[in-house]
Write a protein that binds this ligand. Structure first.
Ligand SMILES: Nc1ncnc2c1ncn2[C@@H]1O[C@H](COP(=O)(O)OP(=O)(O)O)[C@@H](O)[C@H]1O
Ligand SMILES: [Mg+2]
Length: 363
């Protein structure tokens, strides 16, 4: 592999694996910095295809297509974490892949992710790996109830999860989730859910955005508010956790850490729920609500540019437009101060992320 000269120059092309709205917003941020993008995605209706110089519509395991893609770009990054390991390995033999594929290997699996976090001395829900119905019986004994049973891989927006309150049939539950490797987690009686979006540059410098408070409906992110209504101690702990994880991965780019805040007598405990090795829905507010967005921070990091120091422009609220809520776009377009983002998706499905709206209020 020929290593590029850092930072990438104005004629550089950034390769993005994945063509969803995150890829689209990454490409828009890259364009603002003068870079070109090439998006690789198997789906012909990819929202990111509409805004980039080049597209490859091919399977992630189409190695001839990957070879051509690698030849056309200066650096490869991704907008979703389920890039197959073979794809990342193949590309990293040809061009720098950032963040490093070893991060994918850990975060693609909820069990290895929680083991990694725990080894850093950071708290999570009590958990146990489950490989069989008998294993589930044993895990229910050690973890207790209520508990959440999740597939180890490929879950998102609450898919592949089962709440267990009053026992139930372990054989049926194991098979309901497809008879695949699972993780059982104690249900966390959280006071609120927060996230930290952090960027780490090649030189190890880290910039965190302000702590975000998230509300979910049916396990799908509905609103993000900044700043989160947490004590300064909780905010400092949340940032410390995100920074510790970014350093431990020697991460280059933007990552998000989802966390639970749990009341603990007079104080609070912060537990990690999951890590997203990419830009994150809870960071969309940064486009309109901060001096530099999560998307631009990611592009700066993978291009070897210095990170921006994010300055928040006020109290910010981001609302996802899910499914047919996209019909509210007209109302939002007429709302003074509202910034409307539509992802260009034509097929409306319940819960599908169609766009978002950001409002910035004086503090
Ligand atoms: N152990 C848990 N205790 C309490 N709530 C949970 C737990 N695990 C998940 N949840 C709830 O379900 C949501 C989605 O779960 P998460 O593990 O983040 O999966 P996904 O990949 O679908 O985002 C969380 O944001 C939280 O609201
Ligand atoms: Mg989550």
């Amino acid at each position: 592999m020929t290593a590029p000269r850092w930072p990438l120059g104005p004629d550089a092309t950034i390769g993005i694996l994945g063509g969803g709205q995150l890829g689209r917003m990454l490409a828009l941020a890259a364009a603002r910095l003068g870079f070109k993008c090439h998006v690789f995605c198997p789906d012909s209706h990819s929202p990111a295809f509409d805004v980039v110089r080049s597209v490859t519509e091919a399977d992630y395991l189409d190695f001839a297509a990957l070879d051509r893609f690698a030849a056309d770009v200066d650096v490869v990054t991704y907008e979703f974490e389920n890039v197959p390991a073979e794809t990342a390995t193949f590309l990293s033999a040809r061009k720098p892949v950032l963040p490093d594929p070893k991060v994918l290997a850990i975060t693609q699996d909820r069990l290895t992710e929680k083991e990694f976090v725990t080894a850093l001395g950071i708290g999570t829900a009590t958990f146990a790996g489950v490989d069989s119905p008998e294993g589930l019986t044993a895990a229910l004994k050690s973890v207790g109830q209520p508990a959440v049973l999740k597939t180890r891989r490929f879950g998102y927006d609450g898919k592949g999860q089962l709440m267990i309150r009053n026992g139930g049939d372990p054989i049926a539950m194991f098979h309901d989730l497809g008879g695949q490797p699972l993780i059982l987690e104690a249900f966390v009686p959280f006071e609120r859910e927060i996230s930290v979006v952090a960027a780490r540059a090649r030189d190890g410098r880290i910039e965190c955005f302000d702590v975000i408070e998230n509300a979910h409906a049916d396990h799908i992110l509905k609103t993000s508010r900044v700043p989160a209504a947490v004590t300064p101690a909780v905010a400092a702990e949340a940032r410390r956790i995100a920074e510790t994880i970014a350093q431990a991965f020697e991460y280059v780019g933007v990552l998000a850490v989802e966390m639970f805040v749990v009341r603990d007598g007079a104080s609070h405990t912060v537990l990690v729920n999951e890590i997203a090795p990419r830009v994150h829905n809870s960071g969309h507010w940064t486009i309109d609500g901060a001096s530099v967005s999560q998307f631009e921070q990611h592009i700066r990091a993978v291009a070897g540019l210095p990170l921006g120091k994010p300055i928040r422009r006020g109290r910010v609220e981001m609302i996802n437009l899910l499914g047919d809520e996209v019909e509210d776009a007209a109302k939002w377009l007429a709302t003074p101060g509202a910034a409307v983002h539509l992802y260009g998706k034509t097929a409306v499905r319940p819960g599908r992320k169609m766009g978002h709206v950001t409002q910035v209020f004086p503090e």
